[in-house]
Design a protein around this ligand. Structure first.
Ligand code: WT7
Length: 654
């Protein structure tokens, strides 16, 4: 549901044109918009040729004849890892630092492009020795350590497919992802550091493989946490042992541009998480191009830091593939922003002289709450560009970000995109665009976005509607793993007709009188909690899987810190009602969701109620429950079977 409101935006009228010095040195020149407009397909072909190394050049840019299944650069061949590694070394940049890694406890390593390349070659040989071939799926379940990046690139180097599962997901979530993709290998670590403690990843992997029915043959384990782990001889292997034995040479072979690169699971409105499939050439083109132009990257001098975990799409596109394809130097940090002290991030910016910083509004708001005195004690003068991603950034947070982190002068790019889009789709270009707080503003060059009314016609600005992508784009998802029908159904049925295909993003948006786009949040049953996507239905399923629950309804309620928060309403089974107090049941169920899905899905509140509001056709009216959860006056209740239900619920919640 919309988390941004037009009214609050109207209170911020300041506009920020780019400084003359910034524009003068900008990688993107204003002509980029005209070039892309004059020949959209040709623009992407040029980007692909300029930014990437092709083992075999492509002759055809886009094949849309089998829409909505796109093929970009299909007769070209490339190796994604070679593009991120070897070619920088061959160009004489082997001594450039690729990654300044900082562990949460304070240990650190700086790794050059030459070193990273050497490590990936060894890892690729290890995987090859374990039988991994082009097209095989490998699950990666790791903390944010350099080996996570090495693992992803080694998989890509072999033309195999990674499925990275965020380390905060439960054993159960990991199991369903491993099974859905039929992974042959899992790469994990003994543990990782988070909030001053080691979280046990290997144990979760053991749990996920427990029933012995999976296709996993081996588990490769990085030693990070120094904690004890159980060991299954023959199945489990230490990463360091295997790498030490491996051949140091590995030649990167070219694979067709449409060779699958990765699957990344994300929540949808219905059913289990969808395995979003991305391929190689188009994906790498768009992430490299947007990383360069949106972040105004000067790889020789910039130090870039994106705070995302590699387990999310932001980590894939703007920690691993975009920055490394561009030969950037970046910071990678394992832990949480407040460990061991609340100024940890600012300390790292000062230490590494970070010049480009990319994070999420939820983090910015939590720093705002702590006050500016913390960042003010650090030297943040190296920063010249700030970025935001994951949810709408409210103008207050935008202004604070610019004033406090950006010394009142730094441009901010608010980047809208999704797991499915692969790369940034809507954003200002910092050397060109006059910035408007609270608005992601304009499609990037080469991307066609429209805001449509319910009837499918373009809305007249200023007006709100639904956001669609009207032309195929290079980094677009190529499908949902194993479910082509669900792919069509989810994204392409709402506004497509005949030969016109429009991708429905699931977001509401307003277009203002300047034509700038303001994102208003999801219009479906998908919640956005701290920039992470959660499905109401998935959490409801987790709740009803508990023996004490008869029925459950989940809503996303507006939350000052996290954007939205998970609020659940449950009916207990009649034989359970007196077995425990309401508080006990609530605590139990919050823990249960956490154990089933992961801590990010744990409800802020679980209310035990006697009934749920339903329409005559039996549909739960979540809208009304959201009103209750947000403490608002109830909306229209006339379609309810029993209108007194809401009074009872409101009473119980109070
Ligand atoms: C959903 C996608 C893209 C990486 C992180 C999330 C919301 C994302 C913005 C933004 C307003 C945004 C949308 C979108 N979203 N960025 N700058 N302004 N909303 O990826 O988990 O696939 O979620 O996040 O609602 O649909 P994701």
């Amino acid at each position: 549901m919309p988390t941004n409101s037009i009214d609050s935006l109207l209170h911020e009228n300041r506009r920020f044109p780019p400084a003359a010095e910034f524009s003068a040195q900008s990688t993107a020149k204003p002509s980029i918009y005209d070039d892309a407009k004059a020949d959209r397909i040709g623009f992407w072909a040029d980007q692909a040729r300029e930014l990437l190394h092709w083992h075999k050049p492509f002759t055809e840019t886009l094949d849309w004849s089998n829409a909505p299944f796109a093929r970009w650069f299909a007769d070209g061949e490339l190796n994604v890892a070679y593009n991120c590694l070897d070619r920088h070394v061959l160009a004489g940049n082997g001594d450039r630092v690729a990654i300044h890694w900082e562990g949460e406890p304070g240990d650190s390593r700086s790794i050059t492009y030459a070193e990273l390349t050497a490590e990936v070659k060894r890892a690729a040989n290890v995987l090859k020795g374990l039988g991994i071939r082009q097209g095989d799926r490998v699950a990666v379940y790791m903390p944010v350590i350099p080996e996570a990046v090495v693992a992803m690139l080694a998989i890509a180097r072999l033309g195999a497919v990674h499925s990275v599962v965020f380390g905060g997901f439960s054993s159960e979530s990991l199991r369903s992802r491993i099974d859905d993709a039929d992974a042959k290998l899992v790469i994990t670590a003994d543990g990782g550091w988070r909030k001053g403690k080691v979280f046990p990843l290997k144990t979760a992997v053991d749990g996920a493989l427990e029933n012995g029915t999976s296709t996993v043959e081996h588990v490769l384990v990085v030693k990070r946490g120094e904690n004890d782990v159980e060991w299954i001889e023959g199945r489990d292997l230490w990463w360091h042992d295997e790498l030490a034995k491996a051949d140091a040479e590995h030649e990167a072979e070219g694979f067709e541009a449409e060779n699958p690169l990765f699957i990344l699971y994300t929540s949808g409105t219905t059913g289990k998480p969808k395995g979003i499939l991305h391929t190689s050439g188009g994906y790498l083109t768009q992430v490299a191009s947007t990383h360069r132009n949106v972040f105004d990257l000067h790889p020789e001098t910039d130090v870039y830091w994106c705070t995302a975990d590699v387990g999310w799409i932001t980590g894939h596109s703007y920690v691993v593939y975009g920055p490394l394809a561009n030969g950037a130097t970046q910071v990678l940090y394992e832990g949480t922003p407040d460990t061991p002290h609340p100024g940890r991030w600012w300390e790292l910016i000062q230490k590494y002289r970070v010049s480009i910083f990319y994070t999420a509004p939820t983090a910015i708001r939590s720093f705002m709450k702590l006050g500016r005195s913390i960042p003010d004690t650090f030297d943040l003068s190296s920063i010249r560009l700030l970025g935001s991603v994951g949810e709408p950034i409210n103008p207050e947070a935008w202004i604070w970000y610019r004033d406090v982190i950006g010394a009142g002068a730094t441009p901010i790019v608010d980047t809208w995109w999704q797991t499915e889009t692969g790369g940034i789709m809507i954003s200002a270009l910092p050397g060109i665009t006059t910035l408007k707080p609270g608005s992601a503003q304009v499609p990037i060059p080469g991307i066609k976005i429209d805001i449509l009314g319910e009837d499918g016609t373009r809305v007249d600005p200023p007006q709100g509607g639904l956001l669609v992508v009207s032309e195929p784009w290079p980094a677009m998802l190529r499908g949902i793993w194993g479910d082509p029908e669900r792919f069509r159904e989810t994204y392409w049925t709402r506004f497509s007709s005949g030969n016109t295909w429009k991708y429905f993003a699931g977001d509401g948006a307003h277009v203002d009188s300047d034509g700038d786009i303001v994102l208003l949040g999801r219009v479906d049953d998908v919640m956005n909690v701290s920039g992470h996507r959660l499905s109401t239905q998935e959490i409801e399923s987790a709740l009803v899987s508990h023996p004490i629950v008869a029925e459950a309804a989940v809503v996303g309620a507006a939350d000052e810190a996290t954007g939205q928060a998970v609020v659940a309403f449950v009916i207990l089974r009649s034989d359970q009602e007196s077995a425990q107090t309401v508080e006990e049941a609530s605590t139990l169920l919050r823990a249960h969701v956490s154990q089933q899905i992961g801590a990010i899905a744990r409800p802020r509140q679980v209310f035990v109620v006697a009934e749920l509001p339903k329409t005559r056709s039996g549909k739960i009216m979540r809208r009304l429950l959201q009103d209750v959860a947000e403490g608002r006056e109830l909306g229209d209740t006339t379609t309810l079977t029993d209108t007194t239900v809401m009074q009872i619920i409101t009473g119980q919640v109070k």
